[in-house]
Design a protein around this ligand. Structure first.
Ligand SMILES: C[S@@+](CC[C@H](N)C(=O)[O-])C[C@H]1O[C@@H](n2cnc3c(N)ncnc32)[C@H](O)[C@@H]1O
Ligand code: SF4
Length: 400
């Protein structure tokens, strides 16, 4: 089976669940603390050398969940995602408190996917069994690389051996295990990546996320890159590495169901699918984002980013949110396109029209199809980006 076949198999499997506006309701919980800040990372994550009062933070998250649940009555939770930051620094009791608050606030599907992002240090892996007992049923392990020199360069707090041990411990504790890798690092050759990715795939994952190293503004890597002291692979080399990633994952039975995500059919991240399929979700915790439909209007809500200011706002009954903005239909259409074209299954044109007020012009679709960047499945009224199109996704979206 080629990468394209597998991609298409993944797409048709997923298509069955799409097209229906009800793609579930997700709850995202943000744990904003890390042991150390990685020099490439611009996520809302903070190091607190004095430690974090877990009981207090758990109670604050629970209070914020209760407020959000009051705002969103009648929703049925289909997925919960603990992201960060480093959620594997949460005490298992903290995870338990949060999950109890979610169950108090909403009805939760019996088969809800409950994912926790874990960093692979031995201390954190030691908590896996306790997380499972608390109700987590899927982990995403931040392996990033299986090369110790690369891990050091990325500022990681673990070795490749520890990462392998953490994946093994995760597989003992959970039915579903994913891991993250970062490639297209400085000097990364196709031969080195092939060897590293094959070793990772030999672990038999049912899901992996493989991200190209991105130089984010206001990170230490950004400054090094600006000064020319850090050089990432050029576009041609990055495209080669991307193609290699597709082919090796396909050979291991993992379909590219999203730009950076590969899964055995049926093992896709349901929570992340909900974002890409433009579903409704509640974000809890510092800096978390929500997208809710209120009175027929989609509203974008942001939470206060500073953990301390967020905590005070929730404790004083002001709520953790700093900004709620109704989105125009045009903005919703743009967002749906931006998210949906990341997926192999693409976007339903009738749903896009219903959400955004109008569908892309046929002439623009045809032009992109002629360029080999877009696929138009007329029978199912869907558009999706080709592998070539996904390399220049921003231009495809702009053209539409
Ligand atoms: C915010 S992290 C949270 C998970 C966990 N703290 C960890 O580091 O493993 C989520 C994932 O984003 C990816 N990531 C973050 N910054 C990135 C960047 N600048 N380039 C590529 N991938 C990045 C990493 O693979 C990481 O596992
Ligand atoms: S990559 Fe993960 S561990 Fe590193 S700073 Fe970002 S959130 Fe924290």
């Amino acid at each position: 089976m080629t990468a394209a076949d597998l991609q298409d198999a993944g797409a048709s499997l997923l298509r069955a669940g799409e097209g229906t506006p009800d793609v579930g309701f997700g709850v995202y919980i943000h744990w904003p603390f890390c042991k150390a800040k990685c020099p490439y990372c611009d996520f809302n994550s903070h190091v607190r050398h004095g430690g974090v009062d877990q009981e207090d933070f758990a109670a604050t998250l629970a209070a914020d969940i209760a407020t959000m649940a009051e705002r969103t009555p009648g929703r049925h939770v289909t997925s919960i995602f603990f992201g960060g930051g480093t959620p594997s620094l949460m005490a298992p009791a903290t995870v338990e408190t949060v999950l109890a608050a979610v169950s108090d606030g909403w009805s939760v599907a019996g088969d809800a996917e409950v994912t926790l992002e874990a960093n692979p240090t031995s201390v954190e892996a030691a908590n896996f069994i306790a997380y499972r007992a608390a109700g987590v049923n899927r982990v995403s392990v931040g392996v990033q690389s299986l090369d110790d020199r690369a891990l050091k360069f990325l500022g990681r707090q673990h070795t490749a051996a520890e990462a392998l041990e953490a994946v093994a411990a995760a597989r003992k504790a959970f039915e579903r295990v994913s891991f993250d890798l970062i490639y297209a690092r400085p000097g990364h050759t196709p031969e080195a990546w092939q060897d590293e990715l094959n070793r990772a795939l030999d672990l038999g994952p049912d899901h992996i996320s493989a991200y190209q190293l991105t130089i984010e503004p206001e990170t230490p890597f950004f400054e090094l890159h600006r000064r020319g002291a850090l050089v990432v692979p050029d576009d041609d080399r990055a495209a080669d590495l991307y193609g290699l990633t597709h082919d090796l994952c396909a050979a291991a039975g993992l379909a590219a169901y999203e730009v950076s995500n590969y899964a055995r059919p049926g093992s896709e991240s349901r929570h992340n699918l909900l974002y890409w399929r433009y579903g409704e979700y509640a974000g809890i915790g510092p800096g978390a984002h929500s997208r809710l439909v209120e009175g027929g209007v989609r509203v974008a809500i942001d939470a206060i980013r500073s953990p301390e200011m967020w905590r005070s706002a929730v404790a004083e009954g002001r709520g953790g949110h700093c900004n709620a903005r109704p989105l125009s239909r045009a903005e919703c259409g743009d967002e749906m396109l931006l998210m949906g074209l990341r997926l192999a299954e693409g976007v339903s044109l009738p749903r896009l029209e219903e959400t955004g007020g109008h569908a892309p012009a046929q002439i623009d679709i045809d032009a992109l199809v002629d360029l080999g960047l877009l696929r138009h499945d007329r029978a199912n009224a869907r558009i999706s980006a080709t592998s070539k199109g996904r390399l220049v996704l921003n231009s495809v979206i702009a053209a539409l």
